[in-house]
Design a protein. Sequence first.
Length: 368
Amino acid sequence: MLVAMDAMLADLGAEVVAAKSGREALKHLLERDFAVILLDVKMPDMDGFETAALIRERERSRDTPIIFLTGVDRSATMAMRGYAVGAVDYLVKPIVPEFVRSKVSVFVDLARKNAQMVHQADRLRVREEEARALAAEQRVLIRELEHKNRELESFSYAVSHDLRAPLRRVDGFARALTDKSGGDPTADRFLGNIRESVRQMGQLIDDVLHLSRVTSAEMRRQEVDLSALADLALGRMREAEPSRKVTARVRPGVVVQGDGRLLRIALENLLQNAWKFTGPSREPVIEFGAEQRDGERAYFVKDNGVGFDMGYAGRLFGPFQRLHRAAEFPGSGIGLATAQRVIHRHGGRIWAEARPGEGATFLFTLGR
Ligand SMILES: Nc1ncnc2c1ncn2[C@@H]1O[C@H](COP(=O)(O)OP(=O)(O)OP(=O)(O)O)[C@@H](O)[C@H]1O
Ligand SMILES: [Mg+2]
């Protein structure tokens, strides 16, 4: 009988373990998991039902499907006993091999899928743990970065602050020397150069200081009328250079949510650039407005000035990066770096579109 069973199930791709008695079957069941148990009702020492009851008592085999095989009794009560101990099926001899095989194969499949699922669940757990660990690591890194950033800011603040004192002395002594030079033109020229360099350095220090303030200042969100800010800034530039005839087109009523002080700095930098780089234009026009860009509201400052080659656009926003010579257009290259920090702190983006000789447009969004 056992041998016949073995042959019947050989091609299922599952391992068949045969036991000659209920006791032996129980021993096997202690050691490993099975997809299905085929149990003869009539066995030497203890019968199939007793064996099944013991099988069910054990944690490991509590849910293992059992199929009873019997040739002795066809009565319904027999079958009922089998079902009472949790049999899944009850087959009466003579056994039809095809029948047994197809039933067993269902359980073998089920067990395989179960094992796969358990395996997948394990893998999922491992992945989840990995993701959690990664997130924790990331949080630590961000904290460190924020800390370093703050340190760097206070460092640059301190440095630029301390640089000013010796600079003032250099300037003071250069002035004293000018008084004593007795009108020697070469000496005066050199001393003038020294004082001009001192002035430039002072400007650089101011700019660095300014930049570090923009980064570290606390954000206060409020309603900000960008149009009003643009009008004010352009008015001031007109006052400072009344000889320049610049057409300004400011779209009224562009109101946003943001930090007014910071946004003023950003907008002024963009407008000052537009003002400066339209210097050579015959009919300079500066425009401020807003438009939809890729589903987002973008604000822009547009001019018809000298423009620039977009090939260098990547450098624009780096501190002290300039695309034009200082002799032509004065400046230290800190304006756009500052504007970018302001926009980033608002969660927005800033970018430029330009062409040499055809002006430039700077656009920014403000996030959320
Ligand atoms: N509207 C513009 N048209 C043409 N080029 C521009 C314009 N705005 C900026 N640029 C280019 O980008 C460079 C960087 O601008 P940024 O405002 O940072 O510096 P800057 O204006 O030279 O100096 P600063 O703003 O510190 O006085 C400029 O030097 C110029 O080459
Ligand atoms: Mg500038």
